[in-house]
Write a protein that binds this ligand. Sequence first.
Ligand SMILES: [Zn+2]
Length: 227
Amino acid sequence: MTPRRRAAPAGGALRARKGKGRTTGSAKSRSVPTRSEPPESATTTIDLDVRTWTLAAAETLEHLKRCIRINTVNPPGNEIALARVLAGIFDGAGIHRTLLEPATGRAAIVARIPGDGTQQPLLLLAHMDVVGVEPAEWSVDPFEGAVRDGYLYGRGAIDDKGMLAVNLQAMLLLKRHVIDAGGTLTRDVVFAATSDEEAGGLWGIDWLVANHPELVRAEYATVTPRP
Ligand SMILES: [Zn+2]
């Protein structure tokens, strides 16, 4: 599977445009809103400076290393260990999250940044488990998260912990630079990290949809496409 390569902080939930270097309301939203105004009156503009993006990239890399260092080879998966780390990061950021344990050692974690309901939610989806390793084929420890010559090596670096780290960073950036700055999202942005994608499939997104559909109901979702 090939993940998307780039973090998109907006995720379609807000409109990014070049502006004054901080989160502001649009000219329209600064005027007194009336009920007859079109939905774009709720639009928040965001423009982060280069330093902020550089720090965000470094933070994403650290989160990815941390994800890789937690062995979630499936079977058995043991994704709960990684889910707990993600829960701690969301708690620290003040983002509401729900941690579920569908079976012993398996996990689903769903976090949500509420929007104003103008549009339906956007779901950022990734899975926490990885396939097994063949140690003889590796030149580095697959669970170290080593960086060599500008590349990060590790089991799951691409499938799917890279996606996971990017989704996490998108949530953190939205919280810090939109919500905490007094801005508004036009739709909820929902982060979901699931188990059991690489083998079995019993305790993954299917379980989540069947048992907690209200947590992940969305108009759009970002997923890792099959090649
Ligand atoms: Zn995968």
